[in-house]
Write a protein that binds this ligand. Structure first.
Ligand code: G16
Ligand code: MG
Length: 207
C-alpha cells in the first residue's frame, strides 16, 4: 500500500484552469496575440514565466525581460482577483471523501503544485489543514521536471516509489513518472498514455 498521496492542485483539487485561461487571454488580447483554449492546454502545470514564454511564442514580437516581468505581474494580479471568490464549494467532487479515506488509512497527504498561489487557493477552499505538507515551488524547476513531486515526498518523508500521485497535466504526469511514483491521470482520455491509471474525476475512485 502507498504511504503517501501527492496531489496536484489546479485541475485535481479545484478547477482554476478557467481562471488561468481568462487571465492569459486578457494579456493575449492586449498584445494582439491569438490564444485559444487549445493553446491553454499546453500551459497546464507549467510555471508562470514558462507559460508566458509559450504564449508570447504564438505572436511575432519579442520582448525584454523587464517587459516580461511586468506582463507576468499583470496576469497574476488579475488571476488573484479571480481566485478571491474561491470557497469550499469549489472543491471538485470526490476530493473530500478521498482525503478522508486516505487519512484514515494513515496515508500522508501532500500538495505538489507549480502555483505560487497554492496557499491562497487552499486557504480559500479551507483545505490547508488537511495536508501534511505543501511543497514550495520557488526553487523547483517547472514540471515536467520532477522537482516539486520529489520535494513533496521528501516533505512527508516517504520514498518516491511508495507515493501515488494525481495529476491533470501532461507535464505533471511526466514529472511523476520521472521520479518513479505511481501516476494517476485525472481528466481527458488522452492523458491515459502518460499514466499508470486513469479517472475522469476523483469520485470514480470511491468504493
Ligand atoms: C498551476 C497551473 C498552471 C500555472 C501554474 C503556476 O499548476 O496548472 O497553469 O501556470 O500553476 O501558477 P501561478 O501563476 O499561480 O504561480 P498546478 O501544478 O497546480 O497544476
Ligand atoms: Mg494541474
Amino acid at each position: 500500500a502507498y504511504k503517501a498521496a501527492i496531489f496536484d492542485l489546479d485541475g485535481v483539487i479545484t478547477d482554476t484552469a478557467p481562471f488561468h485561461f481568462k487571465a492569459w487571454k486578457k494579456l493575449a488580447d492586449e498584445l494582439g496575440i491569438r490564444f485559444t483554449e487549445e493553446d491553454n492546454e499546453q500551459l497546464k502545470g507549467v510555471d508562470r514565466m514558462e507559460s508566458l514564454e509559450r504564449l508570447l511564442a504564438l505572436g511575432e514580437h519579442r520582448y525584454s525581460d523587464e517587459e516580461k516581468q511586468a506582463m507576468a505581474a499583470d496576469k497574476n494580479a488579475y488571476y488573484q482577483q479571480l481566485i478571491e471568490q474561491l470557497t469550499a464549494e469549489d472543491i471538485l467532487p470526490g476530493v473530500m471523501p478521498l482525503l478522508d479515506q486516505l487519512a484514515k488509512n494513515s496515508v500522508k497527504l501532500a500538495i505538489a503544485s507549480a502555483s505560487r498561489n497554492a496557499r491562497t487557493i487552499l486557504n480559500g477552499l479551507q483545505l490547508t489543514d488537511r495536508f501534511d505538507y505543501i511543497a514550495d515551488p520557488t526553487y523547483a524547476r517547472s514540471k515536467p521536471a520532477p522537482d516539486i513531486f520529489l520535494y513533496a515526498a521528501y516533505g512527508v518523508k516517504v520514498h518516491p516509489t511508495q507515493c501515488i500521485a494525481f495529476e491533470d497535466s501532461i507535464a505533471g504526469l511526466q514529472a511523476i513518472k520521472d521520479c518513479s511514483m505511481f501516476a494517476v491521470s485525472v481528466g481527458h482520455d488522452d492523458l491515459r498514455r502518460y499514466s499508470d491509471a486513469h479517472v475522469h474525476r476523483l469520485d470514480e475512485l470511491l468504493t
